[in-house]
Structure formats: C-alpha cells, structure tokens
Ligand binder design. Structure first.
Ligand code: ACO
Length: 429
C-alpha cells in the first residue's frame, strides 16, 4: 500500500492490481474499484452497501465513530442553535449560507409555491379516510409529475430549480392535507403571512369554526426537528432518490421513491414505531422484559430508535432532541409519562453488555416522537413529518447529481439459482 494506491494481489492467478485511493476533504480513504472487473474478472460483494461509496458529494459529512454531523461544513449543533429550517434548506441546496437578500428571495419563492393545484386536492379526496398518510404523501408527490408535465426535464437547470422549490414548498401543504382528509376536515390553504413551520401548523390544526393561533413554542420546536432531519448523506431513502434519478426519471418520481423508502420501520418509519413500542412497553417495570426480547436472536423485536448503520456513538441529533424534548414539554406544560419511560429504557440499554458491545445508541428518532406527540401530531403522521424535512435533503442530493450526471445505478449480484437447463413441455412434467 502506498499513500495513493493499494495493491490487490490474486495469489492463485499470480496477478497484481493497483487500486487508486480516493480521498475526500474529510472521512476515510476510499478504494476506486471502477476497473476491477475489467482488469481482474472479479466483482465485489457488499450486501447493504455497508462498505461502498456510491457517489461523491459535497453536501453532508458524518463521522459515525465520533458522532459528528455537518451540513456543508457547519456543525449540526450550531445550525440547530442559530439557524432556521428554510435557511438550512438554502444552505444544503446552494452550498453557502444566504445573505439577507438571498434569504428573502428564497423565502419568497418557497412561500409563493405553497398552494397546490385544486385538482390535487380533489385527487386527495379519492383516498379512503383511513389511508396511511405516507401512502397518500408518496402518491400525491408522485402525481405532481402529472400536474407539471411540461416542466420535468432533469437536464434543464431552470426546470430543476422550479421542481425543487415546488416540492419543498408543497410538501407541508400535502402533508397537512393527508391529516385533514383523515379527520374529515375541509382543505386548509397556505397563509403567506406565516413562516414555513407556522404555516404548516396552521394548515394542520386550523378549522373554519374558530380562530387558530400558532403557538410559537410549537413552531420553534418543529423548526428544530426539521433542521435535524433535513439531510443525512447517502441513507436508504437518499440513495433511492439518487438511484431513481440516475435513470433520468422526473424529479417528482425520484422524491416519491424516496418517501416510499423512508416509510420502512428500519429507516424513517422508526419514529412511529418508537411511540408504538413505548406504548406497548407501557411501564418501567416491563423494560427488562423488552430489553431481553431485543437481545434474543430468535425474537424479531428490536429496540426501535436504537442503533444506526453509521453512528457507532451517540447520534448527535438524538442528544439535541433529547434536550429539546424536556424544554418543549416544560414550555408547553405537557407531562408525558412516555418521556420518563424512554429515558429509563435508554439508561437500561446503555448499560447492557449487548448494546455496549455492538455500540448501539439512541438515534434521531428515539425522542422525536415524544415532541411530535406534545405538538398534537398523531403517531401515523410522524414519518410524514420526517419526509417534509428530508425533502430538502433529497432535493439537494438530486440537484447535485443532476448537475454532474453519473452512470445509471446498476449493482451486480452473486447468482445462486439453477445453472442452464432445458425447458420441459407441460405434458412431460
Ligand atoms: N435492537 C436490538 N438489536 C439491534 C438493534 C436494535 N435496535 N440494532 C442493531 N442491533 C443488533 C443487530 O441485531 C446486530 O446484532 P448481531 O451482531 O448479533 O447480529 C448488531 O446489532 C448490528 O446491527 P445491524 O442490524 O447489523 O446494523 P445495521 O447497520 O444493518 O442496521 C439499523 C441499522 C437498521 C438502524 C438497526 O440498528 C435497527 O434496525 N434499528 C432499529 C430501527 C431504527 O431505529 N431505525 C432508524 C434508524 S435512523 C434513520 O434511519 C432515520
């Protein structure tokens, strides 16, 4: 091995191959195996892509061992303390923090794209009243390609920018619609006088029968959760967006695919599963039983909101949310026994050999649901809340990829099926 290449040797064949080492601005060095098959006849086997960099990206950096997360170089702790979700959206998409004029223009553009076509509202009414809001959200975002079919060209920078703004702007409108449809409430239209998170809360909870005032504590808490969920480099849903994007599919199809991937309980669906799990555990006295279940290899039960592919340390977002959880509940005057239960569960797990050995810590979704619940957001909407925030990351990653298109994403396989055999006619089988 030298500084910029690694020698791979095949003892049986007596051959050697120099693999170039790619170094980013931070992070572990990466072997460039682009020509591996051409030069050696070998593919690599990496189920779950745990060892594979699928792209180069300048957007988000994670050091899982140290518990570091940065958007465009800015530590998540500083952004969550001092920034706003819309400013973070600008940063993720454009690479730099905006000046006052740029921020005002971006805010204006997002605000004036928040309304959806009235036919999209009609489309929403076609869902059954108890449809899962993630199914509705994926369908509604995907359907936007049908509303804007003349502005879908991923190769046109202007059309890309318009699609990006439309999705960031309309996602909260669609999310609130999903909830209102379930409640049987009439459509709420976006109010331009409010900011991004206030507008969403107003669309969620206002009813025609009485005035509704957005609680600033709720709006601030939501803004924080949105900042923390905005991007997380090449996670499952973002990789899905990029994979679909690599085919040249339209932007709405890419983001709809991202929403579908996020829904899984191993990914964004974990926030819903955490609350359901805490409800099921019910009391501190049941914690040992559930921790034992999580450790039992023959039991499919896992401690939801625990563990992460990249973090082998405390997820920095979880530390921020944990602190915010106490503050928000106190400010809203909410007492939730689930918070005490969650804290006790965390303590028990963090001291348990099984979790210590495997470096399993609470992730972003262990405490987020308790805040959502305190804001009056129902459990079934939790993953949609995640999707509102992550739309910004998906869009930023899709734009980055579209600016420098790569080859179509197309993994290989180790084939384990039958070798060649001849077809036998039905009457001979
Ligand atoms: N509860 C119990 N055991 C766990 C948990 C858990 N939450 N997470 C991991 N483990 C165990 C695994 O069973 C495995 O044990 P083994 O070595 O005896 O086989 C070991 O820890 C390593 O875990 P992997 O499953 O290999 O880790 P992977 O990186 O593949 O999975 C994942 C990461 C999916 C997040 C996993 O930790 C998990 O299922 N957690 C619960 C769901 C969750 O909270 N998901 C949200 C993640 S954050 C996000 O996407 C927004």
């Amino acid at each position: 091995m030298s500084d910029n290449k690694v020698i791979l040797s095949d003892g049986a064949a007596g051959t050697k191959l120099e693999l170039p080492v790619i170094r980013g601005t931070e992070g572990d060095p990466t072997l460039d195996i682009k020509n591996l098959h051409k030069e050696t006849g070998y593919f690599t086997y990496d189920p779950g892509f745990a060892q594979t960099a699928s792209c180069s990206s300048a957007i988000t950096f994670i050091d899982g061992g140290k518990g570091i997360l940065r958007y465009r170089g800015y530590p998540i702790e500083q952004l969550s303390e001092s920034s706003s979700f819309l400013e973070v959206a600008y940063l993720l998409i454009n690479g730099e923090l905006p000046n006052a004029d740029e921020m005002q223009e971006f805010d204006h553009d997002i605000t004036y794209h928040t309304m959806v076509h009235e036919k999209l509202n009609t489309f929403m009414t076609g869902f059954h009243y108890d449809a899962h809001p993630m199914a509705m959200a994926a369908g509604a975002i995907g359907s936007m390609a049908a509303f804007y079919h003349d502005r879908l060209d991923p190769e046109d920078p202007k059309q890309r920018e318009l699609a990006a703004k439309r999705m960031i702007a309309k996602m909260p409108t669609i999310a609130a619609s999903c909830y209102r449809h379930h409640r049987g409430w009439p459509t709420a239209y976006p109010k331009n006088s409010l900011n991004y998170t206030e507008r969403f809360l107003d669309m969620m909870f206002s009813v025609p029968a009485e005035p509704y005032e957005v609680n600033p504590v709720a709006a601030k808490a939501l803004d924080l959760l949105f900042i923390l969920h905005a991007d997380h480099e090449q996670n499952a849903s973002t990789s899905t967006v990029r994979l679909v994007g690599s085919t040249g599919a339209n932007p709405y199809a890419c983001i709809a695919a991202g929403i579908a991937a996020l829904w899984g309980p191993a990914h964004g669906g974990a926030n819903e599963s955490v609350l359901n799990m805490l409800d099921e555990i019910g009391s501190v006295k049941n914690i040992p039983k559930y921790v034992d279940k999580a450790k039992d290899r023959d039991d499919p039960f896992r401690l939801m909101g625990f563990g992460h592919r990249v973090y082998r340390n405390y997820d920095p977002r979880a530390s921020i949310i944990r602190k915010a959880c106490h503050e928000v509940l106190a400010e809203l005057n909410v007492t939730d026994p689930l918070l005490d239960l969650a804290m006790e569960l965390e303590q028990v797990a963090l001291k348990d050999e099984f979790f210590v050995e495997r470096k399993l810590y609470p992730n972003v979704d262990f405490y987020s649901g308790i805040i959502y619940k305190a804001l009056g957001i129902p459990t079934s909407m939790f993953t949609v809340m995640f999707a509102i925030a992550r739309t910004v990351g998906w869009v930023a990653q899709w734009l980055e990829q579209s600016e420098n298109p790569t080859r179509i994403g197309r993994p290989r396989q180790v084939y384990t099926g039958p070798v060649a055999r001849d077809y036998i006619p039905l009457d001979k089988r």
